[in-house]
Unconditional design. Structure first.
Lengths: 292, 300
């Protein structure tokens, strides 16, 4: 440690004009990054601006980028074409259902893999891990047949059941459980705690960051899910927000972009707002969740 | 007696473990492994959706697939999309991550600007890009007109439709890959850069010879993640082009959907699904053998 710190203090002496050079370099970096960031942000900007335009302005090349007058009426108009309230409730129920189910199954399974010994452990763990390689996009066809045979097509459970078990989540949580010192569990056992007591009072509180990280990724993934809910629903009562938005686009066949973009803002904003508020949490989750 | 007691304890421990694994295993079996086995079984049969009668066909579905020109087109499109989009998106992500891996002012703003597309539902992203790509009033063509280029009907042009979707995918996912790479870059010890810089190694060579080898395990991980995310092209094709024009954007997942849900031909659709799994599995195996061996693990 001491040698390292003495080395770092000697660096500025060796290279005198460095601070100015670094500042210049950073200036260049901003010069490159600002246009790219604007390019990346432009679709979002377009959604917002178009959602506030008059219908004819969109098709008029002479109208310019900004709306001539802010048409807030696009929002109520968009929300009245389809039962967005029902969609919102369904999205919350499906995403919430998946989250609760996954947190339960991965907690139990991860504890078994992290702290218990049993025959076939490695084989079963491989089966869990391999699930990552078979997302719903690869198995949707025969899963649809199964869900149809179970008689739960066109219901909220149909959108939940394929995602109840999570190999990825089990893996993440197992890694976290293994970081918990065994002495803590031993102490709890001496105090008369059983396995479930230890799990609840010792392990779960200590791995909260991992649970939150996994929870955020699950919510983002399933709140935005499109293909599977599209295949297993066919009536208004069970559709989720993304499906409702897709239907609106289809029925309008691209003619009324202002209304469509207003609906898009409504669908996109819950997650984007959460992201803006809890930016650090979100970024940390996506940054580290896959690396542990 | 002591031996008997420990044996009993071990049996009880194993019993508890299986009990804890049971909920996961039931769903894993029913919705991951059973569908795969079933899809292999179906591919040797004539199966019609909603009809309980199943007729043995042998390899007929596979023969049909071999001669199906549309299958080869969809396969080619899938391969083209996967093999171009992933490296391009990862290169973008890497450049973003390297640029942001310094104490830059406004770092959080840049990071959010690159990452927010991950938060947007694929259907919303697809719709917005349909608008951006629109031939007459779309902003992309309006911009190109300013610099004197002719209009292109991006999503209605069989040459440009698939590349147009690929550009959108790069926009959608680079930010995600960037975050993962950024986390890896933060772990590279800065004294390595200092030493190289003092030795007069240029920024480009530092990137190639120090940064890339040290973050190679993460790069490898990002490639796999990218491969699994590339399945999501179904959403974009469904929303933006529905496979058109003239099947220029028909990809395997969409072709499976067409056969299974529009023509109700579950047997043939299962055959296609098996090919898709083999393709992705094969790519992962190739990547694992080619890159897996060359990975440098810091301090190991």
């Amino acid at each position: 440690m001491t040698s390292l710190s003495s080395e770092t203090t000697s660096v500025p002496v060796l290279t005198g004009p460095r601070p100015a050079l670094a500042a210049l370099r950073r200036g260049w970096l901003h010069l490159v990054l600002v246009p790219i960031a604007l390019l990346w942000l432009s679709p979002l900007l377009w959604i917002l601006v178009t959602s506030l335009k008059a219908r004819t302005e969109v098709f008029d090349p002479a109208a310019g980028f900004w709306p001539q007058a802010l048409e807030w009426g696009n929002y109520p108009a968009a929300l009245s074409v389809a039962p967005f309230g029902t969609y919102l409730v369904n999205s919350i129920l499906v995403t919430g259902g998946i989250l609760v189910a996954q947190l339960t199954t991965i907690t139990l399974a991860a504890y078994a893999f992290a702290r218990l010994n049993f025959p076939g452990k490695n084989l079963l763990f491989t089966l869990f891990l391999l699930q990552i390689m078979f997302p719903i996009y690869a198995t949707f066809l025969t899963n649809f047949v199964t869900v149809r045979e179970l008689g739960i097509l066109n219901s909220l459970p149909a959108m939940i059941v394929p995602f109840v078990a999570s190999g990825y989540g089990t893996f993440m949580l197992r890694q976290a459980f293994r970081q918990v010192p065994t002495e803590l569990a031993d102490a709890a056992r001496l105090d008369g705690c059983g396995h479930f007591g230890i799990l609840w009072h010792v392990y779960l509180p200590l791995v909260k960051p991992t649970l939150i990280a996994f929870g955020i990724i699950t919510v983002v993934t399933h709140w935005n899910d499109y293909m599977w809910p599209l295949l297993v629903t066919n009536s208004e009562g069970v559709r989720t927000l993304p499906i409702g938005l897709g239907l609106l686009a289809k029925s309008d066949s691209g003619a009324d972009w202002t209304r469509l973009m207003a609906a898009t803002v409504v669908v996109v904003s819950p997650l984007l707002l959460l992201f803006v508020i809890f930016q650090r949490r979100f970024v940390d989750s996506f940054m580290h969740a896959g690396l542990k | 007696m002591v031996v008997g007691a420990t044996l009993q304890a071990r049996i009880r421990e194993a019993g508890l473990a299986y009990l804890l694994l049971l909920p996961s295993l039931v769903f894993l079996a029913a919705f991951t492994y059973w569908p795969i086995l079933r899809s292999i079984w179906f591919s040797f049969h004539d199966v019609v959706l909603g009809d309980s009668k199943i007729i043995w066909l042998g390899l007929e579905n596979y023969q049909r697939l071999w001669e199906d020109r549309l299958f080869w087109k969809a396969f080619g499109n899938t391969a083209f999309y996967t093999i171009i989009t992933i490296p391009v998106a990862i290169t973008c992500a890497l450049l973003m991550a390297v640029a942001l891996d310094s104490k830059l002012r406004g770092m959080a703003i840049y990071r959010s600007a690159f990452f927010y597309p991950v938060m947007i539902p694929s259907v919303a992203a697809g719709m917005v890009w349909v608008f951006l790509y629109s031939a007459s009033y779309g902003p992309i063509n309006q911009g190109l007109r300013l610099i004197g280029l002719p209009d292109t009907a991006w999503l209605y042009d069989s040459t440009w439709a698939l590349p147009a979707i690929m550009v959108m995918s790069v926009w959608k996912y680079s930010g995600y890959f960037m975050l993962i790479l950024l986390a890896a870059l933060k772990l590279v010890p800065s004294d390595l850069y200092e030493a190289a810089r003092l030795d007069g190694v240029s920024a480009w060579h530092r990137l190639i010879h120090i940064t890339l080898p040290l973050i190679s395990p993460t790069l490898y991980f990002v490639v796999i993640i990218g491969l699994l995310h590339s399945y999501q092209i179904f959403d974009y094709v469904y929303v933006m082009t529905h496979g058109g024009p003239a099947d220029a954007t028909n990809v395997l997942t969409f072709y499976i959907y067409q056969n299974g849900f529009q023509y109700q031909d579950i047997g043939y659709a299962s055959t296609l699904a098996n090919v898709l799994l083999l393709f992705v599995g094969g790519l992962i195996a190739v990547i694992a053998t080619v890159f897996g061996r060359r990975i440098h693990y810091l301090g190991r």
